[in-house]
Design a protein around this ligand. Structure first.
Ligand code: PEP
Length: 244
């Protein structure tokens, strides 16, 4: 039985006071530990330390949104996986489509980052997903399988790696694939990853309180990677509590 993971990706949002209030709000709701899923929040680097402090003592985990592939060195502006672990992070999102697009990240680079995450004892959340034109031309499964093959770390196991399927055209748009389409891609990811039944595969792309229940009920959907709706405590919590 896979325990679901609900992960909030705050992206480049939040100043200190707002970020701390949001993290503390989630931690407060999680306190009774009556929820049926693991909860993760991934704030920008500037809020990591205070977020870790705000959730200390609760069951809420904290993660980064990216890391460098190297442990240290002359990489101005970058942050290593080890630095994230050092702050108290347990996860790191890698290969988000916004990083693939804004920073030209390749599958090979994402794989190298995922390897460094594993070496630093962080769980990488490796993101994959097709663009709208790729879906329209019937290439979704081929594209996602290729990204998976190129970006999964060597030596990863179902316990140490999480995959997020995020159709690029569904991110921040309010649109989602049909439930059958989501399930089809997730089942393929499980098969092609070779990581088996224990692997957690998150769905991301306009997940919100109104559609979370049906998405999270799909057999191969093991949680959500939530962007916009993770910025409001009530919405994020409504998604977390929609886990069956
Ligand atoms: C994301 O960016 O990972 C995401 C899923 O965003 P949203 O929920 O806003 O579509």
């Amino acid at each position: 039985m896979r325990r679901k993971l609900i992960a909030g990706n705050w992206k480049m949002n939040g100043l200190l006071a707002d970020g701390v209030a949001l993290a503390a709000g989630v931690a407060e709701l999680a306190k009774p530990r009556s929820h049926k899923c693991d909860i993760l929040i991934c704030p920008p680097y500037t809020l990591l330390i205070e977020t870790v402090r705000a959730v200390t003592g609760s069951s809420v985990a904290v993660g980064g949104q990216d890391c460098h592939a190297k442990v240290s060195g002359a990489h101005t502006g970058d942050v290593s996986a080890q630095m994230l672990t050092d702050l108290g992070c347990r996860y790191v999102i890698l290969g988000h489509s916004e990083r693939r697009a804004d920073h030209g990240e390749s599958d090979a680079l994402i794989k190298a980052k995922a390897q460094s995450a594993l070496a630093a004892n962080l769980t990488p959340i490796v993101c994959v997903g097709e663009t709208e034109s790729q879906r329209d031309s019937g290439k979704t499964l081929e594209i996602v399988a290729g990204q998976l093959k190129g970006s999964l770390p060597d030596g990863g196991t179902a316990e140490k790696v999480v995959i997020a399927y995020e159709p690029v055209w569904a991110i921040g748009t309010g649109r989602t694939p049909t439930l059958d389409e989501v399930q089809e891609v997730h089942a393929m990811i499980r098969r092609e990853s070779g990581l088996g039944q224990g692997l957690r595969i998150l769905y991301g792309g306009s997940m919100k309180p109104s559609n979370a229940k049906e998405l999270l009920a799909l057999p191969d959907v093991d949680g959500g990677l939530i962007g916009g709706a993770s910025l409001k405590v009530e919405d994020f919590w409504a998604i977390a509590t929609a886990c069956p």
